[in-house]
Design a protein around this ligand. Structure first.
Ligand code: UDP
Length: 465
């Protein structure tokens, strides 16, 4: 009887679980945090179906069995954005073709007995909210970038930032430090299509039932407080990175599901290095450096005479100085690694980074101090916060010519300061404190965990299944 009783209970619980369709934009840096967030939702008892485009779905490996996988069309089912004429052509087509295929998917899921209660969508795909409203389900917008970056785009959309912006202009936004031109995302100056795409995230966000963001409340308290006044259901749910580097709450959650490149092993090399002795250098998955900058980094690393581990993607290798050794006692150059495992390694002293938001969340969560070398997109704003607000890194300054190159002497000086200097000690102390704060926020009882529970509980009351 007891067994039967339990069985009945279990079935009932499953039937009444809320069902979320998590719709991710097809790019590594966007889908990975949404998968991580999905794992947390499943952990709290929600049914999750992950969805992305038909061409991108092929890149997904080893999705946890607790999650179902579905796809919609972006109009380029055999190749995605790579086969589109331009970014604009891709985005236009996606917003034309996407809604109908999403509606069909929702209908199919309902027909097979899994009606969707809520769509959590990457804020970049604003049209998803229209679909959610049309079919009468909850729409939760998920912002993948740093809150300060979101706030900049939001205020630009409101007409509160006037362009063109000069070197002398000061940009004053609510609850943010004074910003200057070079603290803004690069798209303000060189890419109107991308600027529009990112700013458009905020065109209908006021109508979303929830606005979730991949960070922690404590990192941007002031902005979070301000924003909650305009979007009452605005909640931090991050950092959405593998549980292994947080509180290990999700079993076997060691690394991301999508890795764009093949990871090379470097842990054995690190194992043979003293604690806190290795400079880790990576510029993420997208940004190309020019040959001159690559040369300056190479010689800064060599001249610093410290150990270094440098990720140079295969497409970048031909820009290395011709005589530069890829493997030596002091340095190892690889094409890709498990960054999480590297940042966790006790041999790492600091991280020379482009300040992509995922790398930033990872390094903050692991308490690794940074040398910021932002290149494009949101990275300059992230760097501003890393250096001036959170004080967990130093910025490698550009040369004062117009080429925007960090010279070898400048980078070497930053490395020496970080490894041996007084400022470096202070920064390490701050990084350790911030790590603790993030861990608390992400763990059971912390701010992000509380927000996730609030979200899940609100949906459990609305199930249509
Ligand atoms: N990454 C990795 N191995 C590497 C370099 C980077 O796994 O050798 C991962 C890193 O952990 C992060 C992502 O790639 O999760 C980079 O994302 P980020 O937002 O920092 O930069 P993007 O690649 O979008 O410019």
């Amino acid at each position: 009887m007891e067994v039967n009783g339990n069985l009945v209970m279990e079935k009932k619980t499953i039937a009444s679980r809320a069902h979320c369709l998590v719709l991710a934009y097809p790019a590594q840096g966007h889908i990975n945090p949404m998968i991580q967030f999905s794992k947390l939702l499943v952990h709290e008892g929600m049914k999750v179906t992950l969805c992305t485009t038909r061409s991108f779905i092929k890149k997904l490996q080893n999705l946890p069995p607790s999650m179902s996988l579905e796809s919609i069309s972006d109009g380029f089912d055999n190749g995605g954005i790579q086969v589109a004429e331009s970014v604009k052509a891709y985005l236009d087509k996606f917003s034309q073709v996407g809604p109908q295929t999403l509606i069909e998917l929702l209908q199919n899921l309902a027909q097979i007995g899994y009606p969707v209660d809520c769509i959590i969508y990457d804020a970049l795909m604003t049209w998803v909210l229209d679909v959610a409203k049309k079919v009468g389900i909850i729409g939760a917008s998920y912002l993948t970038q740093n809150m300060s970056v979101n706030s900049i785009y939001y205020h630009f959309q409101l007409g509160k930032i006037k362009v063109p912006i000069s070197d002398e202009d000061e940009i004053l936004l609510p609850s943010m430090p004074k910003l200057q031109k070079w603290d803004l995302p690069s798209f303000f100056f060189n890419d109107p299509t991308m600027l529009k795409f990112l700013v458009d995230q905020f065109s209908n966000i006021d109508k979303a039932d929830w606005v979730l963001y991949n960070s922690i409340y404590e990192l941007d308290k002031e902005i979070a407080e301000w924003t909650t006044k305009i979007w009452p259901k605005f909640r931090s749910v991050g950092p959405n990175i593998p549980s292994m580097i947080l509180d290990n709450r999700i079993k076997d959650d060691q690394d991301y599901e999508v890795a764009q490149f093949k990871r090379e092993d470097c842990i054995e090399w690190l194992d043979n290095k003293p604690k806190g002795s290795v400079i880790y250098v990576s510029f993420g998955s997208i940004v190309p450096l020019n040959e001159e900058q690559m040369g300056e980094i190479a010689y800064a690393l060599r001249d610093s005479n410290h150990y270094f581990l440098w990720v140079v993607r295969a497409s970048e290798e031909n820009k290395l100085p011709k005589d530069f050794e890829k493997i030596s006692e002091k340095g190892l150059i690889i094409t890709w690694c498990s960054q999480l495992k590297v940042l966790q390694h006790e041999a790492i002293a600091c991280f020379v980074t482009h300040c992509g938001w995922n790398s930033t969340l990872e390094t903050l969560s692991l308490g690794v101090p940074t040398i910021a070398m932002p290149q494009w997109s949101d990275q300059a704003t992230n760097a501003k916060y890393i250096v001036d607000v959170w004080k967990v890194g130093i910025r490698a300054p550009f040369d004062d010519d117009k080429k925007k190159i960090v010279r070898r002497e400048a980078l070497k000086k930053c490395i020496m300061e970080m490894v041996d200097g007084e400022q470096g000690k202070e920064i390490k102390k701050n990084a350790t404190q911030l790590k603790k704060l993030i861990l608390e926020a992400a763990s059971v009882g912390g701010s992000s965990h509380g927000n996730i529970l609030e979200f899940v509980n609100s949906l459990q009351g609305t199930t249509c299944g």
